[in-house]
Design a protein around this ligand. Structure first.
Ligand SMILES: *[C@@H]1O[C@H](CO)[C@@H](O)[C@H](O)[C@H]1NC(C)=O
Ligand SMILES: *[C@@H]1O[C@H](CO)[C@@H](O)[C@H](O)[C@H]1NC(C)=O
Ligand SMILES: [Zn+2]
Length: 985
């Protein structure tokens, strides 16, 4: 308690001085906590929160939702919602509204005239219209990567700040619909300066037990590395999801009875409604801790006609409060989530401490929302590589200067892709839970964003390399399609690396020739080999290319920079090494030995030759038979829900057809399991990891059975039911089969109820060995057997799962035969102690991957090699954001990419000098900001809360302070955001 008093003291002084300052100037804005309604300490205070939940695409595209187009699919038009709400707010100063999705508000604001903008600004300044959450969208939490989430929040929050200033800054995070909640999201919200967080969906058993224990509201300690309360976030579970209490929905789309208050008319119902409301209020209050409760008065796309809602709520408030004269102790009023939060904060209570996350989410015994972790795997991958391109685009916009946006290749920009990526983070976008036509719209937006960024990248590379020769990108290298490399006798390849440390990367280019000479920018010859294009690849690309071969070699690129390779065909018509059809007992390089079962052609073991660690490892592909409902429950598998008919999956093939290729650059064991499942087990000469490149699809459904395809790795690692998953690509969470850390689980779905999302990695370990899997997109994962890890890679289903999308998840693909998907896993075998040193950098390399571009002919550039950094950053530092902000300022985020205690080598605080970072930029000023870049760090003062059991805090290393204003220190898992004033050198 003493600690608490000390902590709260500065906050009190701050509030007082703010009030004093506000007093002499009546015109000063009264938004934020100052605008909150008066409450009655001796009563039960009911906060009515009028709100609308506007999906940034779901059954309709984001623009269809904005305009109210395609109302035949779903009646919803966001433009009318905002029109109507503004008009209704003006009628009564007590009325409140919150608005959440900046993607929509931005569209609406653009179309308003000066008068309307003035009116809205006044409503915002008075706290009557309040922005909550405020990102471009309400992101999905299971399938998003932290880098893209931070970007989409930044985009929305920046618009709000630039439009409304401090009164536009949201105080509360609001994820009322996402299907489970990630710990890393809570950590990010805390670091963005939010005072609290509310959500609607959590496991039904969890909710029940929280209601009983009055633990619906808690302090979420969202990081094991950041020093509390840096990643502590007050978190509240809303009582009715995000809907109004039963009987009190007064939207035009609802059919509850209005308040009929003229006794001269029929059906007078005021007394009855007031009784009912008071009853509901007391029932709700029983499961919450304070004498304040919140009610969400709204739902999906409601308030298109705000009048019925407000007219009836005005009356409800009047009549319920009138009862106070007769002794009622219920006090109801218009409010906002932040006003409710402020009351909880002032209540001086202690709150339970939460340290795990809210996955998986089930809303009933057979209804686990674990299918969407994998749904639409191609969209999930496209979203991920779009993020990589966006980061490259942002960086090159900064490094290339103004000519990047307008240069030899025309006008380019990063804004289009920024907005498309922000839309794609929505909880029905990258999650895969939208209708098919909406999925295509998300992809189209990204593709248009790519076009704009590619122009920018070409301009920037022209400036930086001194060559404005035509440059092309090959987006289909994953299926061996690239007209330039196939048809050129000589060409240049530029490799841009968006990481702040040098990388090497293996490249496969489709070619016709059988031998090539490759030199890097210092004219050093690079070893290369030509291998035949696999049958699986030929089947995928069809007539998009007829190149017979792939040219394979390893490239290096400097930190935040590029290297240029010259590739020339040699007159040599000797055929490349012919493939063999007998699998060898093992393949190996200097780091790894990979064993095969020579009988089946499957993997059988893995050895780390440096550490002499060895494990048994078998791997195969299986599919679960998707449920269409049964006697236990009618719930089928669908876009959201995973429900296998049986816990035993079907094996695709015990004995795949195998071809083997071995040369000095790469060894490939190509396994064909069936016409729709194949894989390349690939070991590069210089790689410490094993690559598994899988190709799955079109999933056959001719047998009338929906299929959920997994690959399973079975090892002799003694896991005891434990496995590990990342949270939005950052910190690691421990998972345990049939177990939840905060309640006694009654497991009703032995497979689906054990699935968790991963974004970049997962691992299993025992005392000696750790097998880490780094993936290239978000997926669902589980460990059902001891030593085993299974990853769902693709799904094709025949039923809708009754959660609104109204379509079975059966993606047609390019040829209308069912979608084929290709992806990669990287496998690393290490000791548990040194595992992070491998999987952390590998993970970042997959997310921030090199961008290849090609030019015909020989070099003409003056600068074939370039680094934007004066020196590479220390290995524990990740350059998360480098993006143009204004003409003379750039946004920089630096991140410590290790958890505390995760690595003996890298889990130490690390210092970076901001002035000495860039080779082309002089940094003349730096101001630190909140993670969302909408507040100066020095102004960031968050509410303090008392968690009930602070003993859970593990002792941390001492955080280190900055040695000087220019030298900033990053502690484990810390992200620091700076606005830098820069000049081009
Ligand atoms: C490569 O093959 C394609 C298709 O057969 C052909 O059009 C092209 O001319 C070939 N290019 C070279 C350099 O041989
Ligand atoms: C918020 O916007 C205002 C007005 O454009 C700007 O002056 C201010 O610097 C912004 N604040 C932050 C933290 O970016
Ligand atoms: Zn939603």
């Amino acid at each position: 308690m003493a600690v608490h008093k000390l902590r709260s003291l500065p906050a009190v002084i701050f509030l007082l001085s703010a009030a004093v300052l506000a007093f002499p100037n009546p015109k000063q804005s009264t938004c934020g906590y100052k605008s909150c309604p008066a409450t009655k300490p001796s009563m039960l205070n009911v906060h009515l929160v009028p709100h609308t939940h506007d999906d940034v695409g779901w059954l309709k595209t984001v623009d269809q939702y904005f305009y109210g187009g395609r109302n035949d699919i779903q009646h919803a038009g966001v433009q009318y919602i905002l029109d109507s709400v503004v008009a209704e707010l003006l009628k009564n100063p007590a009325r409140r509204f919150i608005y959440v999705e900046t993607a929509f508000f931005y569209r609406w604001w653009k179309q308003q005239d000066e008068d309307m903008r003035r009116i809205v600004t006044e409503l915002v300044d008075e706290g009557r219209l309040e922005f909550i959450n405020g990102g471009w969208c309400m992101s999905d939490e299971a399938t998003t990567h932290y880098s893209a989430v931070i970007d989409q929040m930044t985009l929305g929050l920046r618009f709000l700040n630039e439009t409304f200033g401090e009164c536009g800054r949201p105080r509360v995070a609001w994820h009322i619909d996402p299907f489970g909640h990630a710990r890393e999201h809570a950590s990010m919200f805390a670091q963005m300066g939010y005072d609290g967080f509310f959500f609607g969906r959590l496991d039904y058993q969890d909710k029940e037990s929280r209601m009983q224990k009055r633990e619906m509201e808690m302090v979420w300690r969202a990081s094991e590395s950041l020093k509390p309360p840096m990643a502590d976030l007050f978190t509240g579970v809303l009582p009715n999801g995000y809907n109004p209490p039963a009987g009190f929905c007064w939207d035009q789309s609802c059919s509850d009875e209005p308040v009929k208050d003229d006794p001269d008319l029929e059906d007078y119902n005021v007394d009855q409604l007031v009784d009912k409301f008071i009853n509901i209020s007391y029932t709700q209050a029983k499961t919450y801790k304070s004498n304040h409760i919140i009610m969400t008065m709204g739902s999906d796309f409601q308030y298109e006609n705000a009048n019925p809602w407000y007219k009836n709520m005005d009356k409800l408030i009047r009549y319920v409060n009138a009862r106070q004269a007769k002794g009622s102790k219920v006090n109801v009023f218009y409010s906002t989530p932040s006003c409710y939060l402020q009351e909880l904060n002032q209540a001086d209570l202690t709150w339970p401490l939460k340290t795990d996350d809210f996955f998986p989410y089930a809303d009933d015994a057979y209804d686990f929302w674990t299918g969407y972790f994998t749904s639409r795997p191609a969209l999930k991958r496209y979203e991920r590589i779009s993020n990589s391109l966006l980061q490259t685009c942002n960086q090159l916009e900064v490094l290339g200067g103004p000519k990047s946006r307008k240069g030899p290749f025309g006008a380019g920009d990063s804004d289009t892709l920024k907005r498309a990526m922000a839309v794609a983070q929505h909880h029905d976008a990258v999650s895969g839970t939208e209708k098919q036509h909406v999925a295509y719209d998300y992809a189209k937006r990204l593709a248009i964003g790519w076009d704009h960024c590619q122009v920018l990248v070409k301009n920037s590379l022209a400036v930086l390399s001194g060559s404005d020769m035509t440059r092309v990108f090959c987006e289909n290298l994953n299926i061996s399609v690239c007209p330039l490399t196939e048809n050129s006798k000589q060409f240049l390849m530029t490799v841009y690396n968006p990481l702040a440390r040098p990388v090497s990367w293996s490249v496969h280019l489709p070619v016709n020739g059988t031998a090539y000479n490759i030199t890097d920018s210092s004219s050093t010859v690079v070893d290369s080999q030509v291998i035949p294009v696999s049958k699986a690849t030929q089947d995928l690309r069809r007539n998009q290319s007829y190149a017979q071969f792939e040219l394979v070699f390893r490239v290096q690129a400097p930190a935040l920079g590029f290297n240029t390779y010259t590739i020339t065909v040699l007159q040599n018509d000797t055929d490349p090494f012919p493939p063999k059809s007998r699998v060898p007992p093992s393949i190996q390089n200097q780091y790894l030995k990979v064993n095969f079962d020579t009988d089946t052609g499957l993997l059988s073991g893995l050895t780390n030759l440096k550490t002499q660690q060895t494990i048994k490892l078998t791997q195969n592909f299986y599919w679960y038979n998707a449920s269409v409902g049964n006697s236990e429950s009618s719930q089928p598998s669908g876009a959201y829900i995973f429900r296998p008919s049986s816990s035993t999956p079907f094996i695709v093939n015990k004995k795949p057809e195998v071809t083997v290729l071995q040369n000095s650059v790469v060894q490939e064991v190509r396994q064909q399991f069936s016409s729709w499942v194949s894989q390349v087990v690939r070991l590069y000469a210089e790689s410490r990891e094993l690559e598994l490149e899988w190709t799955v699809g079109p999933i056959p459904i001719g047998d009338g059975v929906g299929k959920e395809v997994i690959t399973r790795l079975d090892t002799n690692i003694d896991t005891n039911g434990y496995f590990y998953t990342d949270s939005n690509g950052r910190e690691i969470l421990e998972r345990r089969k049939d177990y939840r850390p905060t309640w006694n689980l009654n497991q009703s779905e032995p497979i689906a109820g054990n699935y968790y999302p991963i974004n970049t990695r997962s691992f299993i370990k025992d005392g000696q060995n750790q097998l880490s899997v780094v993936t290239d997109r978000s997926q669902g994962i589980s460990s059902i057997y001891n030593g085993s890890l299974e990853i769902m890679v693709h799904r094709r289903l025949l039923r809708d799962d009754y959660r609104g999308v109204g379509e079975p998840l059966s993606e047609p693909g390019e040829y209308n035969e069912g979608l084929s998907v290709r992806g990669r896993f990287l496998l690393a075998l290490t000791s548990p102690e040194s595992a992070a040193d491998t999987h952390r950098p590998l993970g970042q390399e997959r997310v921030f991957q090199p961008l290849l571009s090609f030019q015909q002919g020989a070099t003409q550039s003056t600068t074939p090699q370039f680094s934007g950094l004066s020196a590479e950053l220390p290995p524990s530092v990740h350059l998360l954001t480098l993006s143009q902000w204004n003409d003379d300022s750039v946004l920089l985020r630096l991140e410590h990419q290790y958890q505390s205690k995760e690595s003996s080598e890298h889990s130490q605080p690390v210092t970076v000098n901001l002035q000495k970072l860039f080779s082309t930029l002089k940094v003349v000023g730096a101001s630190e900001m909140s993670l969302g870049a909408n507040q100066w760090k020095e102004d960031m003062k968050r509410m303090q809360w008392n968690p009930s059991s602070d003993n859970l805090v593990k002792p941390l290393h001492e955080n280190m302070d900055d040695p000087s204003p220019w030298e900033i220190t990053l502690n484990p898992m810390e992200i620091r955001t700076f606005l830098l004033q820069v000049h081009q050198k």
